[in-house]
Design a protein around this ligand. Structure first.
Ligand SMILES: [Zn+2]
Length: 214
C-alpha cells in the first residue's frame, strides 16, 4: 500500500516514568498524536495534546491545518488521549464500539467528557486500504490499536498496549491493566506483527519481534 503514510505529530509523555526513577507524577501526561494518511483520508490517532500544540504539529510536520483532518480515532477513552479533539470539529470521530459502551457506563452523566463521547462512532474494521483497526483489549475492555501497511513495513499505532519503548523492552504492561491476561495477548500480537511501533507515550521505534518476550 504505497500511499499509506504514518507520521508522529507530537511525542507523548508520562506523568510518572518508572524507568526514570519517578515515583510520583512530575509532569503532565500526554499521548503521542499520530497522523495516518491514505488516499484522501487524513486521520489523527489520539489527539492527546492541547489544541494549539496539535495546530503547530500538523503545520510543521505535514503542512496541514485542523480543517484538513478527515478522521480522528481514539485507542481508548482517556483524557490524556483526546485532549485536543475539539479542534477537529469537521472530522469523523471513532473508537472501538466495545470501548464506547464501556466509556458510556463509566462516565458520569454530567462529566464534560460526555460531549466527546456523544460524538464518537464505532470504528470501522478498515479505515482505508492498508489501514486496519487492530483490537488490543486489556488496558481497557475495548482498547484498539491501528495497523498500517506502507510499501515497506507494518506500523502499529499501539495506544496503551505499549506505553513507552522502555516498557516494551521490559514487557511491562503498565500499572493496572483492566485485564492482565488480555493485555499480555495484545502485547504479544503487537510484538509479532509490527515492524515499527508507535507507543502511546513515547516516540516511534523499530520492533525486532518474532519471538516471545513475556
Ligand atoms: Zn495512555
Amino acid at each position: 500500500m504505497a500511499d499509506v503514510r504514518v507520521d508522529v505529530l507530537a511525542i507523548g509523555s508520562l506523568a510518572k516514568n518508572r524507568y526514570w526513577d519517578e515515583k510520583t507524577p512530575v509532569r503532565k501526561e500526554y499521548a503521542t498524536a499520530t497522523l495516518v494518511r491514505a488516499g484522501k483520508m487524513v486521520l489523527v490517532v489520539d489527539p492527546g495534546w492541547p489544541a494549539e500544540v496539535l495546530d503547530s504539529a500538523l503545520y510543521y510536520r505535514a503542512g496541514l491545518r485542523p480543517k484538513d483532518v478527515t478522521h480522528v480515532f481514539l485507542t481508548h477513552f482517556d483524557a490524556s488521549h483526546c485532549l485536543g479533539i475539539m479542534r477537529f470539529e469537521k472530522a469523523a470521530w471513532s473508537m472501538y464500539d466495545e470501548e464506547i459502551r464501556y466509556a458510556d457506563a463509566e462516565t458520569p452523566a454530567d462529566a464534560p467528557a460526555r460531549t466527546i463521547l456523544a460524538r464518537l462512532q464505532p470504528a470501522p474494521e478498515k479505515f482505508a486500504p492498508g489501514v486496519d483497526l487492530f483490537p488490543t483489549f486489556g488496558h481497557t475492555p475495548g482498547h484498539a490499536s491501528l495497523l498500517a501497511y506502507t510499501a515497506l513495513e507494518s506500523i502499529i499505532v499501539a495506544g496503551d498496549v505499549v506505553l513507552t519503548r522502555d516498557h516494551f523492552e521490559s514487557s511491562d504492561l503498565g500499572e493496572m491493566p483492566w485485564d492482565l491476561e488480555k493485555a499480555k495477548t495484545s502485547f504479544q500480537d503487537v510484538l509479532e506483527i509490527a515492524d515499527q511501533i508507535v507507543p502511546a507515550h513515547d516516540n516511534v521505534f523499530v520492533c525486532r519481534g518474532g519471538g516471545g518476550m513475556l
